[in-house]
Unconditional design. Sequence first.
Length: 116
Amino acid sequence: QVQLVESGGGLVQPGGSLRLSCVVSGSSILSINGMNWYRQAPGKQRELVAIMYRDGRTSYADSVEGRFTCSRDDAKNMFDLQMNNLEPEDTAVYYCNVYHSGSNYWGQGTQVTVSS
């Protein structure tokens, strides 16, 4: 059973930075094809923000391209989302996600609030 535990998030002013982390247990991230970050703002559907593939390739939503960066630490079996130049529109609950062996797994979610 794969489990994902998120940390990070919080309140930050516009232009600030935050780093989210997702620790994976129950499987090595080296065997996971894609490590994803989603977010859901109040009243909106959950949207895919970033993907990091097993081979290191990354893909980002247009709204965060150039501001958000995925990374991973194989030794710690975790992956991160570095968020820079945050905007009020980035306010949402952020979820890490992996699809592994036919099942979808989600972190518990962490609130990111960008406000002055």
